[in-house]
Design a protein around this ligand. Structure first.
Ligand code: HMG
Length: 389
């Protein structure tokens, strides 16, 4: 059987962030609640000239920038729950910005934080049938709950781009997976709201209930649940600890504290300083694990994807020989080092930035350090362009 999976992976986040200590001080909350209670240090804050489209284009640009990968794909799948249009797919803008070929299928996918995984499985099924296909999957999101809300400390933004192929350089993904879906109202965002609505404690409970159901389904399809590392969807970093405790309990595996940390901690490095990036979060976690820990070739990674509402999937994957050569770890680290820290009032101002909704022309200030930006909104249309033309 042909091996299929991730040939390249790169992520992008905004060049500005706020420290959660400053948010805690402003809200008169003990900062330990965020550092020790949910394991978050900072959260990424979007600039006025970026949105889910620019984050996505900037993530994917890293894959193509050095010229080693041809700018030609058979499909571009764009997963998001913070799309910029109810009709037009964000990927349509991204394809043009990246200079990819026109004879390419482009579509946007939605199911809360889960949809990138649906895209991954749909793409891999097609590649198994036709191993010459190259599919670009991008997950991109901005998590917004509102200032002063319980969800505030779990905001963030980011995008991840993955080139999916046969005989992948980084990670081969198994065909069988454990699935579970249910109709629940733990987190949602009506069309008229630009912030999410959430029943926070219930959403955490649904996440863990769904994980258990996925483990059960996985067991019925696959013999072994033995993984060397696990990456979980990360609404906040400590969710991985809760999930991994559940995983160990359900599978009857016992680990020392060091082994437990070894299995999940490297996957949390980026999330701790970016925050939730919804659809991208699991795969930025995977990038974090690959970039920050030397993993043995052939090691098994378990991936748990969860999207509120809800849908979950547990997958198994195998690390490929020489995978480190295909990573962009140095670029990721430089991008995070190069960010500007906002104080609380700068963060609140950025959060409350008003975008034109009346069709008037609004030229946006140049703030992003990314390759692509939202330059203006005019006649209800968004205009994207390279930052340096
Ligand atoms: P909250 O009410 O702000 O916080 O809600 P809390 O009181 O539950 O405290 C959080 C933890 O900090 C607790 O630990 C406290 O004990 C601890 P736990 O009980 O969990 O072990 N704590 C402290 N620790 C040390 N020192 C202190 C201190 N004070 C408290 N001084 C919540 C937290 C995450 C629910 C909230 O921020 C929220 O609603 N966030 C948004 C929803 C969310 O992230 N849900 C996660 C699961 S759903 C999901 O993953 C899907 C999602 O990504 C969306 C999608 O699918 O599209 C969200």
């Amino acid at each position: 059987m042909v091996r299929v999976g991730i040939d390249r992976i790169a992520f992008y986040t905004s060049n500005q962030f706020v420290a959660l200590k400053d948010v805690a001080d402003h809200n008169q909350i003990d900062p330990e609640k965020f550092s020790a209670g949910i394991w978050q240090e900072n959260m990424a804050v979007t600039t006025a000239d970026e949105d889910a489209v620019t984050l996505a284009a900037n993530a994917a640009e890293t894959i193509f920038a050095d010229g080693s990968i041809e700018r030609h794909v058979d499909q571009l799948l764009f997963a998001t729950e913070s799309g910029v249009d109810q009709s037009k797919a964000g990927g349509i803008y991204v394809r043009r910005l990246l200079g990819l070929n026109n004879n390419c299928r482009v579509v946007e996918l939605k199911q809360a934080c889960y949809s990138a995984t649906a895209g991954l499985q749909m793409a891999l099924a097609q590649i198994r049938a036709n191993p010459s296909l190259k599919i670009l999957l991008i997950a991109s999101d901005i998590a917004r709950y509102g200032l002063g809300t319980p969800g505030e400390a779990t905001q963030g933004c980011g995008a991840v781009a993955m080139l999916l192929t046969a005989n992948p350089s980084i990670l081969a993904i198994d065909e069988e997976a454990g699935l579970h879906s249910d109709d629940v109202m733990d987190f949602w965002r009506p069309n008229y709201s630009d912030t999410a609505m959430v029943d926070g404690k219930y959403s955490t409970k649904m996440y863990l209930t769904t994980l258990k159901a996925c483990i059960k389904d996985y067991r019925q399809r696959v013999d072994s649940l033995a993984f060397d590392h696990l990456c979980y969807h990360l609404p906040f970093s400590r969710m991985a600890e809760k999930a991994h405790k559940t995983f160990c309990r359900e599978t009857g595996t016992k680990f020392s504290a060091d082994e437990f940390a070894e299995q999940i901690n490297a996957g949390l490095v980026y999330n701790r300083t970016i925050g939730n990036s919804y659809t991208a979060s699991l795969y930025i976690g995977l990038t974090s694990l690959l970039d920050n820990q030397h993993i043995a070739e052939g090691a098994r990674i378990g991936l748990f994807s969860f999207g509120s509402g809800c849908m979950g999937e547990l997958m198994g994957a195998t690390v490929q020989p020489n995978y480190r050569q295909a990573l962009h770890a140095t670029k990721h680290s430089a991008m995070l080092q190069d960010r500007q820290q906002l104080n609380y009032s700068e963060y609140a101002q950025a959060f409350n930035f008003n975008y034109a909704k009346d069709g008037d022309e609004q030229v946006l200030p140049l703030q992003t350090k990314g390759t692509y930006r939202l330059a203006k909104i005019a006649n209800h249309q968004r205009h994207y362009e390279p930052t340096q033309s």
